[in-house]
Design a protein around this ligand. Structure first.
Ligand code: G4P
Length: 578
């Protein structure tokens, strides 16, 4: 029989995935060998568990200009991932570039490097997933939100909750993603913090709980009071230095407070804190994790203020990788078998090669380089020799990655957004949701000899998520839908340059695309026939109603109670429109 060395590392024998313990049929050694493998498996599992528990994967989201880029950068600075501010900022897609498509593509190319930023802080591995601030790339942000376990939402104290913020929050609510709120730009005059808190609660439809409280604002901004720690952190307007003046004030009535911040500010703070403590319940981690309450922090990212409090609280309370839903039930992150899904595809890294990078969120177990995994949709095996992870600005080839991590995989056209990879199991992660586009245009082929190229190009671009496509019959009419004007420029340019096809766009007067489901097939057929040019099919052949106005949509919902109208593809029961 085989004799194994006693201290042979488990991982060598099992590979990275210990399966069943090996048993031997003869003699008394069997018991000890079986015991050995069980112990080794246990220790592998606990090592896996430890790796997973370390990870905090989140996205920073905001309305453009609230300070998302600045805060991201400051978190990297405080987290020790970068020494000099500027790395993220330089990659931001600038608003002024809206008419300069090539410039945007260039910037998008650069921004791949900062799509995921990883650093270690206080024993935790923090993965920040960047989201584009540009409104026209909002779909990208929605997809990224499907790959995180929590979110930091940045609000500008002067502008309050803006429309895009509400929309982003809706997406977070769909999955009950825990949200931390950072109210930024306290060094400028903004809304009264109590009014802001009410606005947050009302417009974002979530209970809020202040964790820090501002002492003054604008010219009178003196710092923040840390509610759980009962300490005052004094403000010094400085973009470079990190304020170290944290003063513990255990008793707010102490005269020391008056000496430090002055009588008027001290009195105001006492009044505010009394009110805050009376109005808001104590922080409850469980409520935060179940997305029923959002802890709120105040500060000024530009001046490095309030960022430390945010980061410390974040690594403390933000959830580790969470279970995810598949069409065969829930998969837990510590499931020993690897699985994950593609949530974003970034093309055009090098236009000459049609390079694409598919971003994979590892959902369970451990991913390994050069190992065959099952591409569930295509039913084939596929391995990756150069998967990479992202450390601050640089890309690095990695040998392995754990649940919670995001890795980049070179792709030659195998992936669609939402694709699942497994160790062999046949399940798929519940897709990345698609929302209704806001602008609709018909694709007009300008070169009939290039019809094939045009079809291929439009199909591939929609698979990457650049835009959505709906097909109408008869005539195979293609309608492209996007959230911003910019995408039409992107599509036109890429079709010409990458596929040699040329097209024009004809505006369509649609207001919204809504997905249709029913148990009554006959009714749906009738609807599709009667609505004629206002219906079509999406790229996965799902029936869609292309409503021309809110009124017409409401009328259709009322007239066809047998049909369910969904505003996004995550067909929840409560997704009925309007
Ligand atoms: P975004 O990614 O959410 O779009 O916002 P970004 O960080 O780019 O910030 C938008 C503007 O707000 C920037 O000014 C930035 O410097 C400023 N800002 C960010 N945080 C604070 C803050 O705490 N206080 C103040 N007063 N301003 C802040 P900009 O003029 O558009 O750009 P720049 O010239 O400073 O780069």
């Amino acid at each position: 029989m085989n004799v194994l060395p006693v201290n042979y590392p488990a991982v060598h024998y099992f590979g990275q995935n210990p399966k069943q313990p090996v048993t031997f049929t003869t003699n008394r050694l069997q018991i000890s060998v079986t015991y050995y493998f069980c112990t080794a498996k246990k220790s592998f599992m606990s090592a896996l568990q430890q790796e997973i528990n370390k990870r905090k994967t989140f996205a920073i989201i905001s309305h453009p200009d609230a300070g998302k880029t600045t805060l991201t950068e400051k978190l990297l600075l405080f987290g020790g991932a970068i020494q000099v501010a500027g790395a993220v900022k330089n990659n931001k897609i600038k608003k002024t570039a809206a008419s300069d498509f090539m410039e945007i593509e260039k910037q998008r190319g650069i921004s791949v490097a900062t799509s995921v930023m990883t650093f270690e802080y206080k024993g935790k591995l923090v993965n920040i997933l960047d989201t584009p601030g540009h409104k026209d790339f909002a779909e990208d942000t929605y997809r990224t939100l499907s790959a995180v376990d929590s979110v930091i939402l940045v609000i500008d104290a002067a502008s309050g909750v803006e429309s895009q913020t509400e929309k982003l929050m809706e997406v977070c609510r769909m999955r009950d993603t825990p949200v931390l709120i950072f109210v930024n730009k306290l060094d400028r005059e903004g809304h009264d913090p109590f009014i802001l808190m009410d606005e947050l609660e009302e417009k974002l439809s979530i209970k809020v709980k202040p964790m820090t409280w501002p002492i003054g604002m604008g010219q009178r901004f003196k710092g923040v009071y840390n509610l759980p720690e009962k300490g005052v952190n004094l403000f010094e307007a400085d973009k470079q230095r990190i304020s170290k003046d944290i003063i513990a004030i255990k008793d707010l009535s102490s005269s020391r407070l008056n000496e430090i911040i002055g009588d008027a500010a001290a009195d105001q703070l006492r009044e505010d804190i009394e009110l805050v403590e009376g109005v808001y319940d104590d922080f409850d981690k469980h409520e935060y994790e179940s997305a029923r309450v959002a802890p709120v922090f105040f500060g000024s990212a530009l001046n490095n203020f309030g960022v430390q409090e945010l980061l410390d609280a974040f690594v403390n309370i933000a959830p580790e990788p969470q279970p995810r839903t598949t069409d065969h039930g829930e998969v837990k992150p510590d499931d020993e078998k690897f699985s994950g899904f593609i949530f974003k595809i970034h093309a055009n890294i090098d236009p000459r090669h049609r390079d694409r990078i598919a971003f994979l969120r590892v959902c369970s177990g451990r991913f390994e380089r050069n190992t065959f995994y099952r591409h569930v949709r295509q039913g084939k095996k596929i391995k990756f020799s150069n998967p990479y992870s992202f450390m601050a600005r640089s890309k690095e080839v990695v040998d392995d990655a754990y649940a919670g991590d995001v890795i980049g995989l070179y792709d030659t056209g195998n992936f669609k957004i939402g694709d699942t990879l497994t160790e062999g199991e046949d399940f798929s992660y519940k897709g990345v949701p698609v929302f209704s586009p806001e602008i609709f245009r018909e694709v007009i082929n300008k070169d009939p000899l290039k019809t094939k190229q045009l079809d291929k190009g439009v199909r591939q671009l929609t698979e990457e998520g650049v835009a959505q496509m709906f097909t109408q019959q008869p005539g195979n009419i293609k309608i492209v839908g996007t959230v911003g004007e910019l995408q039409f420029e992107v599509i036109k340019h890429r079709l010409e340059n990458e596929y040699g096809a040329s097209c024009e766009f004809r505006p369509k007067p649609f207001y919204k695309a809504v997905w249709l489901t029913t148990d009554n097939e006959a009714k749906l057929k009738e609807f599709m026939r009667i609505k004629g040019r206002n219906v079509g099919y999406d790229k996965d052949d799902r029936p869609v109603f292309l409503a021309e106005s809110k009124f017409l949509l409401e009328t259709a919902v009322r007239d066809y109670p047998e049909i369910e109208f969904h505003t996004n593809t995550e067909f929840k029961t409560d997704a009925q429109t309007v």
